[in-house]
Every structure is written in C-alpha cells, then in structure tokens.
Design a protein. Sequence first.
Length: 259
Amino acid sequence: MSIHEVLERVSHIMHIAEGYLPPVHAAAWSVAAAPFVVHGVRALTREVKANPESTLLLGASGAFTFVLSALKLPSVTGSCSHPTGTGLGAILFRPPIMAVLGTITLLFQALLLAHGGLTTLGANVFSMAIVGPWAGFGVYWLLRRFDVPLMVSVFFGAFVADLTTYCVTSVQLALAFPDPSSGFAGALAKFGGIFAVTQLPLAVSEGLLTVLVMRLLTQSSKGELTRLGVLLGTKAKTGAETETGTETGTGTKTEAVGR
C-alpha cells in the first residue's frame, strides 16, 4: 500500500485503528507499554490512599484527556488529527499516573466510540499515554528548574506532549508500513509531514487551553496544587520578616511547600 492508502485506512477514525498493525508490531508495543502502566497503577494506588481528596482532581484530569482526545478534526489525505489532553495530568500527577489515566481513556474510546482498537491499544498507549506525558513533563520540569513562569512552562509542557505523541505515532506507522522505495526513513518523513499540517496548530491550541485550565485551578484548588508541587511555597516580608504559614508557640515555623 502507498502512504496515502495507509493513512486512509489506518487513521480515519483516530489513533491507530483496530487490526491495522501487523500482529508482531501490536504485540511488541503492548509489551513495551505494560511496565509503564503497571508502575502507574501502583503510583495511582499510593496517591489515592495517601490523599483521598485528590480523587476529584484525578477525575478531572482523566475527563480532560478523554474529551480532548475524542475530538476528531479532519487532516489531509483522509486522515485526522486530535488533541491529546495528557499534558495537564502529567504536570499535576506526574507521568506514571497519566499512563493509567491515558490507558483508561483509550480503552473506553476503543470500546464505546470505535476510536483506536484493542489490538492497537498497546501502540496507542505507548504514544499518547506514555511518551507524550513523559516528554511534556520533562520540558515543563526543565523550564521550572530555570525559573520560567508557571504558565509558560505549562504551555510548552502541553505543546510538547501533544506533538510528541504524533511523532511516535508516525514512527509506529513507518515501522509497520515502510515506503517501497525509501524504506522506514521515507515513510517517517511522509507520515510526519502529513500529520504536521494539522497537529502543529492543534498543539498550540492545546497548550493555550491547558494554561487556561491551570489558571482556573490555581484559583479554585490552590492548596491541592501546592501539595502536588505545582505551586511552591513562597516567602513574604511584613515588619521584620515573616514566612508564609504560621508560627507556633515554640518558635518553630510551618511553611507551605510542594512535593
């Protein structure tokens, strides 16, 4: 099949559709994704046990991913693109937990919406729920280490998480359907170039939307974001010098700090 025929058959219903990866490829991607998901389940269990109040924000992060990744926007050659919504959850709860939320999202979409598929679930999880969140969180974390403002870091984290997902999907398709003349490299260039037409503006839009959601969370869930390490404790001076928090009778001070 030509690259255009592959796109028309594989990508018209989002993600990589049911049955369109060779069995060996489908099994390999499932094996590659499994350890990350298992690790994420353990991390999610610890988070819920230690902080039951975080379940509401966890649910909101999962819903954000589900809604955004269910948006089907036509691309070129019969294919389509969509946001991923994984950057927000990765920033709030770290990539291991986002791997679980993303897997649940992709499983529900495969079963209920015919988006993606069960045989290609491992490949879709690897690209959207694992590599995307890790890449986005890595960029966010690096920018914050250099004291880049929070919202700028959030934007680039969500932007990279979205774009990286489609880079990995392009690699997966190129491995499964190499170009007859130019092989893997030629197929990768063609898949990546076709998806980039719509995915670049989508990544920018997702970054802006994620910033908007984070601004709302900083107003409504400031304490939770501080506990999660998104908002760090700050110091303020009044009179001689006081710190954020309260001073106990024994002279010790407590300060709001993130994880």
